[in-house]
Design a protein around this ligand. Sequence first.
Ligand SMILES: [Zn+2]
Length: 373
Amino acid sequence: MAVQGPRIYADVNAVVGGYLRDLAFAQSSQQKMFGYKRAAAAIFALDTPLTDLIGPDGAWPKIAGIGPGSARVIREVLETGGSPTVEQAIEASNRPADIQRRRQLRRHFLSRAEVRRILSDPSFAGPTIEQYLGDLQMHSEWSDGSSTVQDIADACLERGYQYSAVTDHSYGLKIAGGMSMAEALQQRNAIDAVNARCGHQFRLLQGIEANIDAAGQLDLTDDQAATFDVVLAAPHSRLRRSEDQTDRMLSAVAHQAVRILAHPRGRITGSRAGVIADWNAVFAAAAERNVAIEIDGDPARQDLDHTLAASALAAGCLFALDSDAHTTTQLSYAETALAHARLAGIPAERIVNCWPLDRLLGWLATPSSERRP
Ligand SMILES: [Zn+2]
């Protein structure tokens, strides 16, 4: 039998996108910086690897957002694997150290084309897209998202999901339009109305993304947390500190209401590393309490990535694979999470979004102190 395991190919779009990001930060003009950032984003979001877009005569189709400067970088990378143009621009800029720091913060990020390749490669042991039954982190108009709960349910049904959870921010996170408990009650009524319309075809759960404060406590009381179908806890502050924050994350995992530790590090590609912690200790505690560890599929987060996810798998953790969508067009971000799960070789059995609704609800209804793997 063939040995299955992570098979990493050169993700050419991620390499090119990275060089274009470098070039953006080497610019002194704001306008040029934004132009190269847009070009980088366009390449990261392409469905197809650049190498497949080029015709036999070396001609390539027009790509929206790619001007002559970016095209030159693409050509250099495809021909040589690197970009002398970008390296020279970095040296000539006044921020070479900052650009090197940002490079380190792009590790293990997958481009959209690479995500698609991984999902269609049958040699990976992880979950297939058909096994994925629902998304457990999404934001609606009730906090910082833009869609109504009905729009979300319709978009989930279109993707073939059997259930999903809307998980708006709780009231402690003012910057993200966190919901008051009075608003949460109104949202519950809106979700009940959606479920009445969907019948047995689909079930929308009311979740909440609670904020983990500096001490590892949540911005919800136990009684408030108990009104939601699923409680995610996630860090949104102290994400640029160099000190260890293991105790903070252990406190969050130990909270009896928490079912999912969402975007555990809070990293952002090319910008910040997020929480520094002894992740093996956090994963061991999560496994002990049957708290699921999230793989957040937002392309800028990819948190956990497949390397840390493999450690969580070894620790015996459950997983939740989520889009963290803020519009219905972002529901496809769940595929980024699926790709990392496939690279890490996580069996579908360990992924709560691959469970049928009854099993998911049973897990959610069991207090973590009573839950044992
Ligand atoms: Zn969040």
